[in-house]
Design a protein around this ligand. Structure first.
Ligand SMILES: *Cc1c(COP(=O)(O)O)cnc(C)c1O
Length: 478
């Protein structure tokens, strides 16, 4: 229990404590992390910090009070819309991130259907299995059923299967450009055509690709169409706090026209506090992220983004070729940009991941199939060679049999048999046991997680797994 201190502490003391608290954080400044932080270097950070601080206290909730923020937001949206094939009718809003943008896309589709297809009482949406979990969150929050369709062998959406999955209640279809797990762009043109045939809205989730693919294409790499240039695409999300390199808390949700966007807005006119209108999920809207995004788009301009994209793609090519040259490892499928997954047919990639952790690298573990996630930032240019060296060592180590690996395998087998035969409640209790078995310290994530990932990837009852991870989250934040 941490009570509020009776007396305040000095600013130096407070900040020193905070610096110390960072000790165990992932070392993103050294390029050791391949997700979560998009590092474009100190020059970019400095611009962001100055702009953010300038609008630190402003609130975008009321645009008439702060025409400055309204100008920034309108111009940011217009710039992103122009990059993504929007014409003069395209509109949008800034949100706090990809999740909020996707929540808005789903809400808008539901409200639009309520208005124009009032016979639909149990709305559903059709999406590829690879689509981001934020869509499930939207489904959960807004009472829309999610119909997930398995992807093709190359991890791209299966157009025929998705079209078949459309029901009379379908209000929205989704494709990713690219998907987060394997970084491949879905066949958006064909998907959007199918949506159009069935008179259903279509959302392109370009959260991670929206601020990179246009520049990747301009540099001459092949990029399939994914934006408003395709007739059936009715909304697009693009995160500024990913490849826009903006400060966190910045994304854009775009609509083909304002008739659609109207359905996103919320208004309450009967409040004693006055008439309340709000475009998105949040009430108070921090000025910092809006201001910083505007500042950076103007600071970098097209030339700046092209330069950073070139740096990213050069690094991607080096990493991709380097990974494919390591015995037992390969990049899954043929990703169009800078997001990829390292998989293996012969090695336990989770074991490779643990060996990388031991060497100070942080790569997220993925499943179906097991893989390690890489999102490449400009800064990774400086560490690509060192990373490939350590990855080669990690793979060599993972090839050697050890007692621990045998124990892991036995444990996974045993737990799976147990999960099939024991009562449901038992499995949630497994969490603490699993974390102690794989060496979790009391205050952090497990250092060696291969066993845990092996276990959760194969659990037959996904409901138990849900309980397990929610328990884990609960414990981590206690
Ligand atoms: C990151 C991402 C999201 C979610 O964005 P957040 O900013 O993390 O909320 C959604 N879709 C894709 C494809 C993403 O990469």
């Amino acid at each position: 229990m941490t009570p509020l201190p009776t007396q305040g502490r000095s600013k130096t003391e407070v900040l020193d404590t905070m610096q110390a608290a960072r000790d165990k954080d992932v070392r993103w400044r050294e390029g050791r992390v391949f997700s979560l932080v998009f590092n474009a270097g100190d020059e970019v950070s400095d611009v962001l910090k100055d702009a953010y601080t300038l609008f630190f206290s402003e609130n975008g909730l009321n645009p008439t009070a702060f025409p400055s923020l309204k100008k920034f937001e309108t111009e940011v949206v217009a710039m992103v819309a122009a990059l993504l094939g929007g014409d003069a009718n395209a509109v949008g809003n800034m949100t706090t991130g990809g999740t909020e943008s996707l929540l808005m896309a789903v809400l808008t589709a539901r409200e639009y259907a309520r208005a124009v297809k009032s016979h639909i009482t149990a709305p559903d949406m059709v999406l590829p299995a690879s689509a981001h979990p934020a869509f499930e969150k939207a489904a959960h929050y807004f009472g829309v059923k999610s119909i997930r369709v398995p992807v093709r062998a190359d991890f791209r959406a299966d157009v025929a299967a998705m079209e078949q999955a459309i029901t009379p209640n379908t209000i929205l279809m989704v494709g990713s450009a690219p998907s987060y797990p394997q970084g491949v762009v879905d066949p958006i043109r064909e998907l959007a055509q199918a949506a159009l045939r069935h008179n259903v809205l279509f959302h392109t989730d370009a959260c991670v690709g929206g601020m990179l693919l246009p520049f990747v294409r301009k540099l001459g790499y092949p990029v399939p169409d994914f934006d408003f240039s395709i007739p059936g695409v009715t909304s697009i999300s693009a995160d500024l706090h990913k490849y826009g390199y903006a400060a966190k808390g910045a994304s854009v949700i775009l609509y083909r026209n304002s008739d659609l966007r109207r359905h996103q807005y919320f208004a309450y006119t009967d409040w004693s506090g006055g008439i309340y209108v709000s475009p998105s999920m949040t009430g108070t809207r921090p000025g910092g992220p809006i201001a910083a995004a505007w500042a950076l788009l103007n600071y970098l301009g097209e030339a700046g983004y092209l330069k950073l994209t070139d740096q990213v793609m050069q690094t991607v090519i080096k990493l991709r070729d380097g990974i494919n040259a390591i015995d037992g490892l390969r990049v899954l499928s043929d990703p169009e940009m800078s997001v990829m997954a390292i998989g293996s047919e012969s090695l336990d990639v989770y074991e490779v991941g643990d060996e990388l952790t031991a060497r100070g690298w942080h790569l997220d573990r993925q499943q179906f199939p097991p893989s390690l996630h890489l999102t490449v930032s400009p800064y990774h240019a400086t560490v690509a060679d060192a990373f490939l060296g350590d990855l080669g060592e990690a793979a060599a180590k993972a090839r050697k049999p050890t007692l621990r690996k045998v124990t892991n395998r036995v444990m996974v087998k045993a737990a799976n048999v147990a999960a099939k035969t024991l009562p449901e409640k038992w499995v949630s209790r497994l969490t603490s046991k699993t974390s102690s078995l794989v060496g979790a310290s009391g205050d952090g994530l497990p250092q060696r997680s291969a066993a845990m990932y092996g276990l959760i990837g194969t659990l037959p009852n996904r409901g138990d797994l849900r309980e397990m991870v929610i328990d884990l989250l609960d414990q981590l934040t206690k």
